[in-house]
Design a protein around this ligand. Structure first.
Ligand SMILES: [Zn+2]
Length: 365
């Protein structure tokens, strides 16, 4: 009898849960809400850890076109890992008790872009928000295309970084970095730091340019060969990069900031014939000035790379599972702080101060 009661208890899902919901810029409320009811093709997942990174902070400060819903208050938080507590009757491949990680979107796999294998340009991409909560419902599209079982080699914290890692792998492959090349990375947020670690693994020599000593130190710990501080004196910065690169410039420059000034700087730093990857998205409507001489006579190659695809998510998961040193870098250098869910706002405050790359957010219930 006692055992039965215990067994029943483990299967009981409460009716309400704690969640941090987005009411508008700088207005996040920790409150009690109903636990979502799942449909036949969906999963109900107990969030074990969620991540607050640069995009969550930006969303908190300014709102976001896709990382919160149009209708407010909106569920909030998009990077997480957890444990399935209930699987809909028609779900295949997952059941209660499975440890899983799901990324925050799924392409439709039916539109003209998906069918031509340009999946990150999908016209009907579906986004999921709501990881800053005790539980999250994973919809059919993401259950089918972008939810994965965790192997025992992975902690919930390392797994929750899957989305960041997948976007960086996408950016790296499209930059065609090869052994011995010099790569310059603008930006020292989580994405810039992951680009640093993975470019090193490809055998590149890496220069990182950033604003904060704390973050440039982390870049060195992630493997950067050279770190340079961005300053008012752009000419000097360009000269310093030239000095490191035998006076020719890096073969690849990756902009991982998302600002007009750094987009323009990237095109000034790169070697003739080199590639600039505009990886950091600027605010909508932003314009940049580019030197046509450099584009034409120096044959620069400029590309934009956005988001991830299920293919890169699967590659990122494989990489994460086998690469213990990368897991350690993620949980000790990228995740610099840990907070309970009720103190999410403190995590944002710490991120704003600049001494926090990412915070791991733990539900308390
Ligand atoms: Zn599509």
């Amino acid at each position: 009898m006692a055992l039965d009661t215990l067994k029943d208890k483990t299967n009981v899902i409460p009716k309400t849960m704690a969640a941090c919901r987005f009411y508008g810029p700088r207005d996040i409320r920790y409150e009690k809400v109903d636990i979502p009811e799942i449909k036949d093709e969906e999963l109900l997942v107990k969030v074990k850890v969620a991540i607050s990174g640069g995009s969550s902070l930006k969303t908190y400060l300014r709102g976001h076109p896709v990382l919160v819903n149009k209708e407010l208050p909106s569920p909030f938080g998009h990077q997480f890992s957890g444990e399935v507590v209930k699987a809909g009757d028609k779900v295949k491949g997952f059941q209660a008790g499975n440890k899983i990680v799901a990324v925050n979107s799924s392409p439709c796999l039916k539109c003209t872009y998906c069918l031509s294998k340009k999946v990150s340009l999908c016209e009907n991409i579906y986004f999921l928000n709501g990881a800053f909560a005790d539980y999250i419902c994973i919809p059919k599209e993401i259950v089918e295309n972008n939810t994965y079982l965790l192997s025992n080699d992975l902690t919930f914290e390392a797994a929750a970084e899957l989305e960041s890692l997948a976007v960086v792998l996408h950016g790296l492959e499209r930059s065609h970095i090869t052994e011995g090349q010099i790569v310059c990375i603008l930006g020292t947020g989580s994405i810039g730091l992951l680009f640093t670690a993975l470019s090193k693994e490809l055998g590149a020599e890496v220069i990182v340019i950033g604003r904060s000593d704390f973050k440039l130190n982390l870049a060195q710990e992630m493997g950067a060969d050279h770190v340079l501080k961005i300053s008012e004196n752009e000419e000097k910065l360009i000269r310093d990069v030239k000095n490191i690169t035998n006076n020719i410039g890096p073969e690849v420059v990756i902009e991982a900031v998302g600002k007009k000034e750094t987009w323009e700087l990237a095109t000034k730093l790169v070697k003739k014939g080199g590639l600039v990857n505009f990886f950091g998205g600027c605010k909508k409507g932003e314009k940049v000035e580019l030197d046509t001489y450099r584009l034409h006579y120096d044959e620069l190659r400029l590309i934009g790379v956005f988001h991830h695809t299920p293919e890169y998510v699967r590659k990122a998961l494989k990489l994460l599972e086998k690469n213990i040193s990368l897991q350690e870098k993620i949980t000790s250098k990228l995740i610099t702080h840990r907070y309970p869910l009720s103190r999410l706002i403190e995590a944002f405050a710490m991120q704003q101060k600049g001494n926090c790359i990412q915070a791991a957010i733990y539900p308390e219930n």
